[in-house]
Design a protein around this ligand. Structure first.
Ligand SMILES: [Zn+2]
Length: 251
């Protein structure tokens, strides 16, 4: 096998490297999908728990306000009954002092009714606001719960599906590695692990490195296109291939 490796042209070596990169990038994608979904699921669960706490609090505030309002209504009824009673008593007053006392009492009950009516008006506005907020929060929690269900389904599907897919890809990656010479594999692994996106082999795109996006001098671009030697980006160290190689690559 080592003899066969020696005979490979640079172009073939580049294609093998690019092929390996493509397989490894698919493995990376699976890792990313797996890596983010559990976090998204737990973020959503936290958010839903927070919303539920808010809903519970709002519900108890609404209940309290409703009970305040019905208390005011009852107090008004009571005052109205008292007014009726005092008015009846007015017909049978025996002296001026009694008359004044009853008149004062009537006035107090009427003032009390006015005060309670004012409290009811303000309370109803506030209650409406709270109910709106509650409704909005309930709508939001419903939306988040649906989102969570969807994410959980997605996560389970990925776990179910990717186990097999990842195994296959890892096998393909191992096989692809065997075709690439040791020196290049070492360079490939070194660069691949130094970048978060795991890219060690990139194409030239719009006269720039597809990895770090720095401009590639025209002379270097020419050399890349000639496939006479393996060329790394002078800025990021990634191995550069021209898109022509991909065009030739019929896979
Ligand atoms: Zn670069």
């Amino acid at each position: 096998m080592s003899a066969a490796t020696q005979e490979l042209t640079v172009e073939e070596k580049l294609r093998q490297l690019f092929n390996l990169q493509r397989i490894d990038s698919q493995i990376d994608e699976i890792q990313i999908m797996k890596g983010e979904l559990p976090m998204e699921v737990s973020d959503l669960e936290d958010e839903i728990a927070g919303l539920q706490t808010r809903i519970d609090r709002l519900q108890s505030v609404v209940t309290e306000m409703e009970s305040d309002l019905s208390k005011y209504h009852a107090q008004i009824k009571e005052a109205e009954m008292l007014i009726q009673r005092y008015q009846a008593q007015l017909d049978n007053v025996k002296n001026n002092r009694e008359f004044e006392a009853l008149t004062k009492e009537l006035e107090m009950q009427r003032l009390d009714i006015q005060l309670k009516e004012k409290k009811i008006r303000a309370g109803e506005i506030e209650l409406d606001n709270k109910r709106d907020t509650l409704k909005g929060t309930e709508d939001r929690i419903e939306k988040k719960k649906k989102e969570l269900d969807a994410k959980k389904v997605e996560l389970n599907q990925i776990i179910e599906k990717t186990d097999q897919e990842e195994k296959t890809l890892r096998g393909q990656s191992m096989a692809a590695r065997e075709h690439v010479e040791e020196r290049l594999i070492r360079a490939y692994d070194k660069v691949r692990t130094s970048y978060r996106n795991g890219l060690a082999v990139v194409t030239v795109e719009r006269n720039s490195c597809g990895g770090c996006f720095n401009k590639i001098p025209p002379q270097l671009q020419l050399e890349i296109a000639q496939h006479r030697k393996i060329i790394a980006c002078e800025h990021c160290g990634r191995i550069l291939v021209d898109s022509l190689i991909l065009g030739i690559d019929g896979e």
